[in-house]
Ligand binder design. Structure first.
Ligand SMILES: [Zn+2]
Length: 70
């Protein structure tokens, strides 16, 4: 099971290692989706159950738009 990988935020080129993106040469973001039942695999919701984003929490953490633990 993949619990961590690296993804270019521009090209979505994925890799098992934090190597530069072969397309744009950019730095890959560290993605940590965790195990299959990890709640970070779901999109973030507010206390009232509304979606804050359609992206999963692990992606928002990887690209830095959501602080860890929110
Ligand atoms: Zn790239």
């Amino acid at each position: 099971m993949i619990t961590q990988f690296y993804l270019c935020p521009k090209c979505f080129e994925a890799a098992d290692d934090p190597t530069p993106c072969p397309r744009c040469g950019g730095k890959r973001a560290t993605c940590q989706p965790g195990a299959a039942d990890n709640p970070v695999r779901k999109p973030p919701v507010t206390a009232t159950g509304e979606l804050k984003s359609r992206a999963p929490v692990w992606w928002l953490q990887a690209v830095g738009t959501l602080a860890a633990g929110n």
